[in-house]
Structure formats: C-alpha cells, structure tokens
Design a protein around this ligand. Structure first.
Ligand code: ATP
Ligand code: MG
Length: 411
C-alpha cells in the first residue's frame, strides 16, 4: 500500500531534535519571565476577518498565504502570525484595565502558504512578545533587549540588529507621496507585485526581493528620497531616545532605511535581527511598534510594541550544540538493584535509564555509551558495599563512590 507522507512545507520535529526545542521553550519562559512577561496561548484558528483587519489586506500574508476554510458558513483561518490573536484576546478579556505595561509572550505553530525552501515552511513556529500600554521609547528599548538577551541565552552571538523608524501616519503620508512621485516614471518596469503595491502599500516597495526592482530603487533620485530624514520632530525624538538607550546598553545596531516590515499597522520603531550564519532566509526576528492596531480591532486606544522569532531558524543555528543524552545509565546484572538505583536518581531529578531486557554486562555498557553521559556500574562488589562505580562515557574515567555521593555528582 502507498505510504502517506508528511505534507509539503511541514515537518515532524523528531525525538532527536526535541532537546533543542525544549531548550528554546525553557529559555523563553526563563528570560521573558525576568522582564515580567506572562505566557498566553490563543487558538490556532480565528475568524478570517481578524487577520484581514489585523495584519492588513494589502500584505502578502493575507493576500496569498492564508490557510482559509469554511465551517458552518463561517470563514476561518489558521493563524499566520500571533499578534492579531493576542490583540483580540487582550481586547476581549479587558486587559487594558490591567496596570500598564501588560507584557505577554507566546510560542506555537503558525501557517503560511509559501513556497517551501530552506528556512521557510508552511507550518513553522514562532516565539514572540507583545507589550501593551506604553508609548515611550523605553518600552521599545526593553522589547529589543528582551529579544537580544533571549538570543544570547540561546548561545547565539553572530547576529545583527537592524533598526528604522517609519514615523507616524502623518509624516509617513508625506514620505509615501514623495516616494510614489519619484518611482512613478519606472512603474511599468516594476514586478507585478510592486505594481500592485504602488497604490495600496507603497512602503512595501522598499523590501521587494526582485533584482530588477532593487536596481530601480537603487537609482540616485530614489535613494535620495529613501535616505532622507522624513520623520517629524516627535517621531525623531522618540527614535533618538531609543537609540540613546541602545547605545548606553551596548546593544549594537545599524540603521536600515529599507526596513519597512510590510504590515500596515507598524509605526515608529521597526527592527529585524539577522543571522550571519543562515542562507537567504536569514531573518530570525522581526518586530516593531503598532500603536493603531488595538483601536483598529475595536479596542481602547492602546500603544504596543512586539516581536516574533522563527523557531526553526533558531533551531538550525543552535544546531548540534545540544546534548540529547540521558544523564545516567545503570549497568548491572541485578535488575532489581538497577531499577531501585534508577528510581532513586529520578527522584533526585536526574534522568536515568537501565537495561530492561537483562542483556549481558558488556552489551549493557555498549548501550550506555550510546544513550547516556555516565554509566553507573553496579557489580556484586558494589552492591555488597552499597557503592557504585561511576564511569564518564566521554573520557572513560571511572571511580567507585558511595551511592549517596553518586547522586550528588549529578544534582
Ligand atoms: P520573511 O521576510 O523571512 O518572509 P516575514 O517578514 O514574513 O519574514 P514575520 O512575519 O515578521 O516574517 O515573522 C517573524 C519571523 O518568523 C521571521 O523573521 C522568520 O524568522 C520567521 N518566519 C516567517 N515566515 C516563516 C516561514 N514561512 N517559515 C519559517 N520561518 C518563518
Ligand atoms: Mg514572509
């Protein structure tokens, strides 16, 4: 019979990879909790309308990438990102009444109908933060700090932070007008996506990946507009303050005027964190300020800043560094003594296995060296003297110690 295969753009996360995933999840909890953030879990599917309004119906995500289906005459969509869902929950649960800032973090699967390639899947995972209620740049700085420190905690260093300010709806409107005017003569030479973006979402022109378009946007008269400081005084002050905090905190960043982060709802701060060790899909984190989204989705006017990170991309950077092995493996011909010692260690929080099939001693030792960091050898002598021989399976060093002492070795 034909075997049924995993769907294109989706992957099993196999037991051999799981320690990396647990590591990412545990570090997220540990680091974000230090900043006072609380975890939230929202449903995997939501009303399609939420994403159309929340992500913006001029974006690729909403136009091309959503998994949408009908059930009981309702249009539902598998979430392509989690900001809209978290905002819906924030509004629905009256979280604006909580004392600001309200800091929420999440992790989980997202779904986008994209062309699968290295670093790009149709079901992928994100871990992210949303902070509600603060308009000052201190909050933008803290959100960037959370991202940077989380990545540091994962042991990832070869990363660069890119920063830009998109200004507010007022100053951005002027910029859009200027940008359109200078690009208009080339309109017919742009890719079909850019031709559609030109009216609907001109900022998005700047992050087009098509070579021909990039060449056009590199023309001096267009660059002059892109590189100009178009943001108004208030927005400039906000941006300068953010930069001051980052400088004082020794967070390295560069300004990238092409960074626009497609979504309509961003204003002022946008940022991305890129890895120097990934191929073309090198963005591990995208974020920014979205002060108008909560009101647009029917909530009280509430400023907010957040980010999302792609966990598959993080996992591939963390790579093999994680040790997947059980801590200890009891090697003994006496399975009753073995199970007792294994249980004692587990009670102390130490992961431990033993041979369930009563194989020969040497076979057990071979098995131990495949799955564990230490072999705990319980021979007749050890059992009599209430001792155990601890063998480091990496270095082959071994010594015989009391059982109590052995437990302390690992805890
Ligand atoms: P990209 O430019 O790579 O498409 P994006 O702007 O669509 O990114 P966001 O919506 O900001 O990405 O999502 C934040 C992060 O989620 C990205 O930086 C990336 O690490 C990850 N990500 C986004 N789409 C995918 C995908 N299809 N597969 C795997 N990871 C993804
Ligand atoms: Mg994308």
């Amino acid at each position: 019979m034909a075997i049924i295969k995993v769907q294109k753009g989706t992957k099993d996360i196999l037991p051999s990879e799981m320690s990396v995933w647990h590591f990412m999840e545990e570090k997220a909890n540990e680091i974000f909790t230090k900043y006072g953030a609380k975890e939230i879990r929202t449903p995997i599917f939501e009303a399609t309308e939420l994403f159309a309004r929340g992500v913006g119906d001029t974006t690729d995500i909403v136009n091309k990438e959503m998994y949408t289906f009908e059930k009981s005459e309702r249009s539902l969509t598998l979430r392509p990102e989690n900001t809209a869902g978290v905002v819906r929950s924030f509004i629905e649960n009256g979280m604006h009444r909580l004392s600001a800032p309200v800091k929420l973090w999440y992790k989980g699967p997202m779904f986008r109908y994209e062309r699968p390639q290295a670093g790009r899947q149709r079901q992928f995972h994100q871990v992210g933060i949303e902070v509600f209620g603060i308009k000052q740049a201190t909050c933008d700085a803290e959100v960037i700090l959370m991202a940077v420190n989380y990545l540091k905690a994962l042991g990832l260093n070869d990363l660069s932070v890119e920063l830009n300010s998109l200004g507010c709806p007022t100053c951005r409107e002027e910029f859009k007008t200027k940008l359109k005017a200078v690009i208009k003569p080339y309109l017919n030479d742009l890719c079909p996506d850019c031709q559609a973006r030109f009216e609907k979402n001109p900022l998005r022109l700047l992050d087009c990946k098509v070579e021909e378009c990039k060449e056009i946007y590199a023309k001096p008269e267009i660059q002059e507009v892109i590189q100009s400081d178009f943001i108004c005084e208030d927005c400039a002050n906000h941006f300068n303050e953010l930069k001051k905090y980052l400088n004082e905190l020794n967070i390295n960043y560069s300004i990238n005027k092409l960074l626009v982060r497609g979504l309509d709802y961003y204003n002022r701060t946008v940022f991305e964190i890129k890895s120097n060790n990934l191929g073309s899909q090198n963005a591990v984190c995208g974020g920014g300020r979205y002060d108008s989204l909560i009101k647009n989705l029917g909530g009280e006017d509430t400023p907010a800043v957040g980010f999302a990170m792609g966990m598959e991309r993080l996992a591939s950077l963390i790579g093999e560094k994680q040790d997947n092995r059980t801590t200890a493996f009891v090697v003994s011909n006496d399975s009753l003594e073995a199970i007792k010692l294994a249980e004692e260690l587990r009670q102390e929080g130490i992961s431990c296995e033993f041979d369930l099939t009563n194989k020969k001693f040497t076979k057990q030792l071979e098995k131990a060296s495949k799955v564990a960091k230490y072999a705990l050898i319980l021979g007749e002598d050890e059992i009599k003297s209430n001792q155990v021989t601890v063998k480091n399976l990496d270095t082959s060093e071994q010594k015989t110690v009391s059982r109590e002492f052995a437990k302390n070795l690992f805890s």
